[in-house]
Design a binder for this molecule. Sequence first.
Ligand SMILES: Nc1nc2c(ncn2[C@@H]2O[C@H](COP(=O)(O)OP(=O)(O)OP(=O)(O)O)[C@@H](O)[C@H]2O)c(=O)[nH]1
Ligand SMILES: [Mg+2]
Length: 211
Amino acid sequence: MGIMKSLRRNLSGFLKKLFNKENARIGIYGPPNAGKTTLANRILRDWTGDAMGSVSNIAHETRRARRREGVNIRANGNSLSLDIVDTPGLATKIDFHDFMGQGMTEAEAKRRAKEATEGVIEAVKWLDNLDGVILVMDATEDPYTQVNVTVIGNMEARDLPLLIVANKIDLPESSPSTIREAFPQHPMVSISALEGKNIDTLYEQISKRFG
Ligand SMILES: Nc1nc2c(ncn2[C@@H]2O[C@H](COP(=O)(O)OP(=O)(O)OP(=O)(O)O)[C@@H](O)[C@H]2O)c(=O)[nH]1
Ligand SMILES: [Mg+2]
């Protein structure tokens, strides 16, 4: 390639970046029931007025990744445009008997288990298309799980920015400090996605980490 052509291409890429900055694509990951969709709904409600998806106390409510583009967040005096992806809960074992124990028929339970398994695969595939990850953990549960350790290891290997969210701090048995101690190498914010507690600190951290 000639020098002029190469210069022109570099310059046009630079200008595109400067004036037409693409949104940062941020995936919300974590185990089932951690509160990923509750958080996605809160972020969308705060900044767009919409919602992302349905929430349930039965695991694997989200079974397809959902993306909302162009969510403008303002924090620390900056404005940041994000594409937010709510992903299906990651699990190492999905057993339809668990859903039957929660009142589903065998057919419903088997369908949910199959879709949940496909959802896990879809969530993992999405990792290739992201600029950063919010990893949501339920602060009432043991954080040192295969799922959490695998997501964190994957992010570190890809050198992608990661923000850990210790969710459900409205519950008296929650222990965000256990999460911080388990993964001290990454920034963490404690919130209640349900009640909105500490959510402004989360937006500040999102702006800092992904801006
Ligand atoms: N107490 C409390 N409950 C919460 C909080 N966030 C979510 N929940 C509840 O936790 C359950 C699961 O919430 P979801 O948002 O559906 O969780 P999810 O991580 O999207 O789950 P999957 O889609 O199944 O992977 C629901 O009953 C929520 O109401 C929170 O901050 N505090
Ligand atoms: Mg969900």
